[in-house]
Design a protein around this ligand. Structure first.
Ligand code: AMP
Length: 583
């Protein structure tokens, strides 16, 4: 038997992936609940699409030539799938002969359920008899199935009183030579049928982004038939095989939004673009992100884009060799991507290239002007960045990015990854995926980067923000008081005040209980024999150093009044805001 290589060393999370642990996860939850509450105010509903999809969705939707599709996707071939139904139908076709009298599907025989029980006439030792066949349809012969069938046959014989019972394992003939039947052991036959009984394997990809999946779902569920504008949001992990660094992971989270629908629902209106951008400004402000900047551009309609790409190709041709190798390749495969390049040596060359704004037709120019006017009216500040074309093929018209103070600035927490989020309009995507016309606009926030930014901008605050104290630590004195301690904790946790309570262990020495309590809670409550008999509990408050005895009926209210944690579920936000204003 081949030996399995032994794993060496301890197992770790795969490169580019990481565990999110408390207390940091409290910050993640806070970000997500703020996003959910802002999205609700703007009329968005949540969509959850599968984490893996058919590979062709991304090839067609995102574009074969993009970095994401050409080199960053996690893709595999799912195994060929055995199609039991086809094998069963084929067997029944072959055996609908005179000698077969009838059959029943899915028959219980002891603990097994048998796919088919068929009866036929046959001859045994010169006598015409009734033969019962227990038939199973399987992808291959496995000992486990043979054993199961054998015991089903025995059980069936005993319980039915029938004399001539045999088992048949029907499997595909792999080499497609000829169908055959052979007896494997007494009363158990293997029957091989020729034909195609496997469904072809599917190529599957872990989603590298969520827009394509949302549009696929829009098409699959005919959401356009409602005639309504679909306003959808998602929160979930995405996967790209990029080189990991701070702010760039192979599994990362996105919070995204898509607004799409038939043209009659107003999905093409520049007001939709402006509303989405204004909502983002609101969200970033509510989260407390400081110094964000909105950069905006229009890449025009699909035709404008085509025209511009041609102009760009021609402008690049004579100077291509002066660019870095990556950009030389992009100049060939996807010239728009040259504009996205962050390579410092290429910046002056890129600035000299033709600008897409000069190649927009009138309707695209008008659309963009209206987006800008609506943003101006609602007071959202932006700058126009003519180089902002974004990497994905599906973008049309408005494209945008929100950044935080840049690269070298440690306040962003992002290193060189200063784009917090990006998005744009994708008027032709639904048609690219074989759906009806459904213009739309959306964005995806990099949640990991959002968290890094929050942590860097409010380091001191966010530490407090995420690691809030328990109201009380219950310390039983002696293991015999453990049960009473748990009962008291239950009352405090589930009572009207809903306190946050930790319970120690009666075998701890009092000194140890005090040490543990002082790290995680505002108060320690001693549960000793005296306390339990008098219903009068010793409470020490760490902040003041005061120690007093409190009657059980007043315990919860007292603990609450002596806690540095406000008992308001929204406390963290208030805490956060007041600190932010003072910075
Ligand atoms: P994209 O889907 O490429 O437009 O990315 C949208 C946002 O997702 C970016 O602005 C980033 O904040 C975030 N993002 C993209 N790739 C990664 C990654 N590998 N790791 C972390 N965040 C990412």
């Amino acid at each position: 038997m081949p030996t399995q290589p032994k794993p060496s060393g301890t197992l770790k999370a795969v490169r580019g992936t990481r565990d999110l642990l408390p207390p940091e996860t409290a910050l993640w939850n806070r970000v997500e609940s703020t996003a959910r509450s802002v999205f609700a105010r703007y009329g968005f509903g949540e969509i959850r699409t599968p984490i893996f999809e058919d590979t062709s969705l991304f090839a067609r939707g995102v574009g074969e030539e993009t970095d994401i599709v050409s080199k960053e996707m996690y893709t595999w071939d799912d195994r060929d799938r055995f199609d039991e139904r086809r094998l069963r139908v084929r067997w029944l076709e072959m055996y609908t002969r005179d000698e077969y009298i009838g059959s029943r599907s899915n028959v219980k025989a002891g603990s097994a359920e048998i796919d088919l029980v068929a009866e036929r006439r046959g001859v045994v030792e010169g006598q015409e008899v009734l033969i019962t066949e227990l038939v199973e349809f399987k992808p291959e012969v496995r000992q486990f199935d043979v054993d199961r069938l054998t015991s089903a046959v025995n059980h069936f014989k005993e319980t039915s009183g029938k004399e001539h019972v045999l088992g048949k394992l029907v499997v595909p003939e792999k080499r497609n030579t000829a169908s055959s039947v052979k007896e494997l052991q007494h009363g158990i036959f293997i029957e091989q049928l020729t034909g195609e009984f496997f469904l072809q394997s599917q190529r599957i990809t872990l989603r590298p982004e969520n827009t394509a999946g949302v549009v696929r779902a829009y098409i699959e569920h005919n959401l356009g038939d409602t005639g309504q504008l679909q306003k959808l949001f998602y929160i979930g992990p995405q996967f790209r095989r990029e080189r990991p660094q701070r702010g760039r992971y192979r599994q990362f989270w996105q919070i995204g939004v898509e607004v799409l629908g038939p043209v009659s629902s107003g999905s093409e209106s520049p007001l939709r673009d402006a509303e989405v951008l204004e909502m983002l400004a609101t969200l970033l402000d509510e989260l407390g992100i400081q110094g964000w900047k909105l950069e905006l551009n229009s890449v025009g309609s699909a035709e404008d884009r085509k025209r511009y790409v041609e102009v760009l190709r021609q402008a690049l041709a004579p100077i291509k060799h002066q660019f870095c190798l990556d950009n030389q390749r992009r100049a060939q495969t996807n010239p728009l991507r040259v504009l996205d390049s962050k390579d410092p040596d290429d910046q002056a060359l890129i600035d000299g290239l033709p600008k897409i704004a000069d190649y927009l037709d009138e309707s695209s120019r008008n659309h963009f002007a209206q987006v800008c006017a609506a943003l101006d009216a609602s007071g959202v500040v932006y700058t126009i960045n003519p180089r902002l074309v974004r990497g994905l093929d599906y973008y049309t018209r408005t494209t945008f990015e929100f950044t935080v103070p840049s690269s070298g600035d440690p306040a962003s927490g992002l290193g060189t990854q200063n784009a917090l989020l990006g998005g744009g309009r994708y008027d032709g995507l639904s048609e690219m995926l074989g759906g009806p016309r459904a213009p739309g606009i959306g964005f995806a926030i990099g949640e990991d980067r959002l968290i890094l930014t929050l942590q860097a901008q409010f380091n001191a605050v966010s530490a407090k923000y995420v690691s809030y104290l328990m109201h009380a630590y219950i310390a039983p004195i002696g293991a015999h008081n453990n049960a009473a301690a748990l009962a008291l904790a239950r009352e405090l946790r589930n009572g009207a005040n809903g306190l946050r309570v930790e319970v120690g262990d009666g075998s701890f020495r009092l000194k140890k209980s005090f040490e543990m309590a002082s790290k995680i809670a505002s108060n320690i409550v001693i549960v000793g024999d005296d306390e339990l008999s008098s219903n009068n509990f010793t409470v020490k408050t760490f902040l003041t150093g005061n120690q007093t005895k409190i009657d059980k009926s007043e315990l919860a209210a007292f603990i609450l009044s002596q806690s540095s944690v406000p008992n308001d579920p929204e406390w963290a936000q208030d805490f956060f805001k007041s600190d932010r204003e003072s910075t």
